[in-house]
Structure formats: structure tokens, C-alpha cells
Design a protein around this ligand. Structure first.
Ligand code: S6P
Length: 608
């Protein structure tokens, strides 16, 4: 035991060493803690996820990386909170815009909605708005391509802020990489009389993306450098390192959680100050962040129950069943977000893990309103669950009820009875206060119950974070059990934007040990479904490649099999057909390839 703990301690810090995967920014590195997560038991998976999440709260150890609690980070948060405080005191013609792509855009939406609600509760005018690349449909589906468009980002921001006198723009890009956000930050820098830009992300500025963006003269790094020149006055960068993700590059996990912690801390502190006629202080910010650290500890103190949920969801996915989150209140948004992210992250079908929220779009309160006309995937109300899913529900499926003591528990109980008639595979995640027994009756109907009890000072946003941690563990863990992950890499990723295109090439390089150029060629062959690359293909840009890739399946596994076996695409296709589970396919190829003797997975990217 002592030996294993020692191993974990050193693995916890290894990613900080300068020679650990130096070609990757922190947000794309593989986490040394989770390199065997694909073979771990449900209990062990939860322990590993807990150890990765703990890295969010680790104190600064040296000079390399600033962390969440570092003075420099707290100082910048303080300055941003004071700017928000001023806007709240004088909101006329002012706006706080939160923007991002994918998960970062979803958190922008979640945060803007939450704090507008807080203002409405005080009979104040709302000051927050959000932008998500690809529009509101991206809240529920993956529209990864719009992430690559800096001009679209800029134009969307300009349109939203028409006629405003002062705009605090908060651009979120965990990897300091999304061109959509870079375009917006650059636009703000060019109009300092109106816009004050804030960048939230989790890489040092020296690791911001260097690649050129289509139709744009600057790289993300150059935009960040320009922000640095104005830092502390007219531009702010909040960028603590939180360590690599448990599944490499999956910034929906720690990146999303840390974004939530930072934004809510800054905005909640500003609200308290503005409405109690005080000022934001470092102490207030630190206390709030410590509150989130306690949320982390309390949540993972229920690791056994989380592992049970993960195991049952994994069994459902393995046998072609579905996992449904049925939520009430704002936890519903957390459920919708977690479920929708499984599509781009694991190449999942939207029916594999699906979220439903009691009041449908009325509860979501998004700018574009109900999106149900876009198709079944956008049907998110409980009544949609009742008409679309309930009739065919069986014991193969897992249903998770997600609610708190503030929700209509009678309604939860009614739904629990309806589900129970179709499946015994019913579970619940409940947030309650000390001494309350509200959930007891519903618990009797469930085959597993995760009741988390909180002190009365706990705020709803903290329950959201707790639910996010649990659901991230359930959706990630169940896909690991389904065999979607090899080591700690999602091999079968969808290559739908330039970030994912480059990630795919690096995964191929790491697993095959051949040069990046050969890997890119193999990837392109798989994308275009050709045995030989034509000049048209090699001269086309990444945007054309990703557009083509979005219409193809399993391009990365195909390219990998070709590289490992040295075979044609058609042979690779038939090999993959005999191994529908991606991890098995990779292992079978590694075993039969000569590369195994030289342990390709342990080679480093020296071919850069
Ligand atoms: C990550 C998620 C993606 C990212 C998006 C934005 O797990 O699937 O959708 O959120 O690519 O990334 P970033 O680095 O700009 O926040």
C-alpha cells in the first residue's frame, strides 16, 4: 500500500517536469496518473479521476506553473471581480459577455444564465450574455468546426454588443487554442474604448497555440502576447495550470470544472460586494475557492457509490443499452451538458447517454429558445423522455435521477414510479441538507442511491460542481468500460476541427512510433478513403480535411491499423470489423506488429 501511494505521489507531479512530453501544452499532455485507466476496475477508475481532479487544487510547487491558489492568479481574479463590481453598480449600457467553444461555450452559457437569474431575483436588470461557437444548437450537440473560425467569433461579438458603452469580454479557451475566441480577444484589443478582454484558460501563455488560423494574420499566441502588453490594465489573463486531463485533451473534465470555479468565484464575489456595498477582497475569493475544494472532497468521499453508478452505466453501454439522466432544476443543465459531450468525446450516439430536464427549454432559458424542431436529439423535456424513451425502456438501460431538496420531490417520486415499472435499473443522485429525509421514499425505489448531505451554507452552484464531477466520472468511466479508451487516449476521436486533427496525428505517432509526416499521410488516406494521396489532397488545407473527416467514421483507428500492420485501408477496415471494441483492435494490432518489441507507446515524439 505504502509503495503504491508513493508511486501515485510521484505520478501526480511528473507532468510538471520540463522533459515530460515537452512538445505538448499542459492541456494536451497525457496524465501519468491515468496511463492504465483503460484496464482499471470501476472503483479504481473513480480513485484515479479523484486524484486527477485533486490536481486542480494543488498549491504552486516551483516556478514553472502558477496554480489556482497562486498569488498572481488570485490577484488577476480580484481585478476582474472589481471590474464586474463596477459594472453592477453602474450597469447602464454595459455588458459582461462570456464566450467559448464546446464545453467552454456551454459553461459560458451556464454561468451567464445563473448570474442573470441572481440579478432578476433582486429585481435588477440583467448584464450577462453568452456566445457559444455554432450557436445554441452547440449547447446540446457538437459543432466543433465553428471553433476554427476567428472572424465568425469576432462578428458574433460585435453584433451582440452593438450600442454598448462598456463590455467586459470573458473568452474561455482551456487550451489557449480556439481561433473563434482568439478573433474575439483581438477584436477587443482593437477597441479598448469599449472592450476589456479577459482570457480564461489552463496553459501558460508560452504554450498558447502557435498554428496560423484560416483567413487570419495572427496566431492565438500572438493575440495572447498582445494581451500581455496590456495586462492588468486593459486586458486580463487568468491561466492557472490544473494538470493534464484524465483522458488526454478532454478539457470538458478538469478544464470545465476549473472554468466553473473561477467564473463563479469572480462573479459571486462581485455580486456580494456590489449588493452589500463592500469591495471584493482576496480573502473572499480564497474562501470561495476553498469552498469548491471542499465540494471536491465531499463528492469523492462517496467514491464507492460513484463506482456503482459508473459500473451500471458501463454495463448498459456494453450491451447496447442507454443511460438517461433525468434532472430537475439547474442540475438539469449539468446533465444535458455531460450527456451531449459524449458524442464528440467518445464518438457516442446521442441515445447512448442522454439528458432530460424537467421543464425542457423553459428551464434551459437559452437565447434561441426551443430547438425541438431540429430533431429528436433536441427533445430534452421529461415529457419527451416519457414519449420517446420510456415505452422501450428495459433492464438493459440505466436511469439516473438527479435532484435536490429544493426541487419538486413529489414530481421526482412520480417519475421514479413510472420508470420503475419498466426497469429496476433506477438510481439516484440527491443533494440535501443535514437532517433532511426528503429522499428516503425515492431511495426505496432505486437500486443504488447517492445521497450527498451538505451544510446549510452550501450554495446551488456547488451542487452543480458536485454533480458535474459525478456525471463526468459516470460518462467517462462507462465509456472506458466499453473499451473506447486505449491507455489514457481516446483513439477513435472525431477529427472535426484543427485541434482534433493535430491531436489525432500525435496519437498515431505515439502509438505507432513512426514520424509525424507518415502519420499525417496515413490519417489523410483514411479521411479521403484512398490508398494513394493525390496532389489535390496534399495541397488542401486542414479545414477541407476536417470537413471531409466529419463525414467518415473511425478514421484514426483505420490509420493506426495501416501504420502498425503496414496494410491497405481495405484490410484495415476488415481487421477493425473483427474487433468492434477500439481498445481490443489496438491491442491486437500492437501484438501482431513488430513494433511491440520496441514498445512504440513508450517512444517519445522525437520526429517533430
Ligand atoms: C473537450 C470538448 C471540446 C472543447 C472545445 C473547446 O472535452 O469536447 O468541445 O470544449 O474544443 O476547447 P478550448 O480549449 O477552447 O476550451
Amino acid at each position: 500500500m505504502a509503495k503504491r501511494d508513493f508511486g501515485e505521489i510521484s505520478d501526480t507531479c511528473k507532468w510538471e517536469l520540463p522533459d515530460y512530453e515537452p512538445w505538448f501544452p499542459v492541456s494536451e499532455k497525457s496524465n501519468p496518473l491515468t496511463r492504465d485507466i483503460d484496464k482499471a476496475s470501476p472503483n479504481h477508475i473513480v480513485r484515479l479521476l479523484a486524484a486527477c481532479d485533486a490536481q486542480m487544487f494543488q498549491k504552486e510547487t516551483g516556478t514553472t506553473y502558477q496554480r489556482l491558489f497562486s498569488d498572481s492568479v488570485v490577484q488577476t481574479m480580484l481585478e476582474v471581480a472589481r471590474t464586474v463590481e463596477q459594472i453592477l453598480r453602474d450597469p447602464e449600457d454595459s455588458l459582461v459577455v462570456l464566450s467559448g467553444c464546446g464545453t467552454s461555450g456551454r459553461l459560458a452559457f451556464l454561468t451567464a444564465s445563473c448570474f442573470n437569474r441572481a440579478l432578476r431575483d433582486r429585481q435588477q436588470n440583467t448584464v450577462y450574455s453568452y456566445i457559444i461557437a455554432g450557436g445554441d444548437r452547440s449547447l446540446l450537440t457538437s459543432q466543433e468546426a465553428s471553433e476554427d473560425d476567428p472572424k465568425l467569433g469576432m462578428l458574433t461579438l460585435e453584433k451582440l454588443c452593438e450600442g454598448k458603452r462598456h463590455v467586459l469580454f470573458i473568452g474561455i479557451s482551456c487550451g489557449l487554442s480556439a481561433p473563434f475566441v482568439a478573433g474575439q480577444l483581438d477584436f477587443c484589443l482593437k477597441h479598448p474604448d469599449i472592450y476589456t478582454p479577459v482570457l480564461v484558460g489552463f496553459n501558460p501563455v508560452t504554450q498558447a497555440r502557435e498554428e496560423t488560423m484560416p483567413g487570419y494574420s495572427l496566431t492565438f499566441r500572438e493575440v495572447v502576447q498582445r494581451m500581455e502588453e496590456q495586462r492588468g490594465q486593459r486586458a486580463f489573463i487568468i491561466n492557472p495550470a490544473v494538470g493534464p486531463e484524465a483522458i488526454s485533451g478532454s478539457s470538458r473534465m478538469k478544464g470545465g470544472s476549473a472554468t466553473k470555479i473561477i467564473l463563479e468565484t469572480v462573479l459571486a464575489a462581485a455580486h456580494t460586494a456590489a449588493f452589500t456595498n463592500t469591495h471584493v477582497t482576496r480573502r473572499v475569493l480564497l474562501d470561495m475557492m476553498r469552498g469548491y475544494e471542499r465540494v471536491y472532497s465531499v463528492t469523492y468521499s462517496h467514491s464507492d457509490q460513484i463506482a456503482t453508478l459508473l459500473q451500471t452505466a458501463g454495463l448498459s453501454l456494453q450491451c447496447g443499452g442507454r443511460v438517461c439522466y433525468l434532472s430537475w432544476g439547474s442540475l438539469g443543465l449539468v446533465g444535458l451538458i455531460d450527456a451531449s459531450e459524449c458524442i464528440p468525446t467518445f464518438g457516442a450516439d446521442y441515445e447512448d447517454i442522454r439528458g432530460f430536464i424537467s421543464g425542457g427549454y423553459q428551464d434551459v432559458d437559452n437565447i434561441e429558445g426551443a430547438l425541438t424542431s431540429l430533431g429528436s436529439q433536441f427533445c430534452i423535456a421529461h415529457e419527451d423522455f416519457v414519449s420517446l424513451v420510456l415505452p422501450t425502456l428495459s433492464d438493459r438501460d440505466t436511469v439516473l435521477l438527479l435532484y435536490t431538496c429544493h426541487d419538486d420531490v413529489g414530481d421526482v417520486e412520480k417519475m421514479a414510479h413510472r420508470v420503475r415499472k419498466k426497469t429496476s435499473n433506477l438510481h439516484s443522485l440527491y443533494h440535501g441538507l443535514q437532517g433532511d429525509t426528503t429522499a428516503d421514499i425515492i431511495g426505496l425505489l432505486c437500486s443504488s442511491v447517492l445521497n450527498i448531505t451538505w451544510p446549510s451554507s452550501t450554495v446551488h452552484m456547488q451542487w452543480e460542481l458536485s454533480s458535474k464531477l459525478v456525471l463526468n466520472a459516470v460518462s467517462t468511466g462507462s465509456h472506458i468500460l466499453k473499451g473506447k479508451i486505449y491507455r489514457n487516449h481516446m483513439v477513435d476521436l472525431q477529427v472535426t476541427n484543427s485541434k482534433l486533427y493535430h491531436r489525432a496525428i500525435h496519437i498515431l505517432q505515439m502509438l505507432s512510433g513512426v514520424s509525424l509526416t507518415q502519420c499525417e499521410e496515413a490519417l489523410l488516406k483514411a479521411i479521403y478513403n484512398v490508398e494513394q494521396l493525390t496532389e489535390d489532397i496534399t495541397t488542401a488545407g486542414v479545414t477541407t480535411h476536417t470537413l471531409t473527416a466529419s463525414r467518415r467514421n473511425r478514421v484514426v483507428p483505420l490509420a493506426l491499423v495501416c501504420l502498425l500492420i503496414g496494410c491497405s485501408l481495405s484490410e484495415a477496415e476488415s481487421r477493425l470489423e473483427s474487433h468492434p471494441v477500439v481498445r481490443d483492435a489496438v491491442e491486437a494490432c500492437l501484438t501482431s506488429s513488430q513494433h511491440l518489441t520496441s514498445s512504440p507507446g513508450d517512444q517519445t515524439s522525437t520526429n517533430h
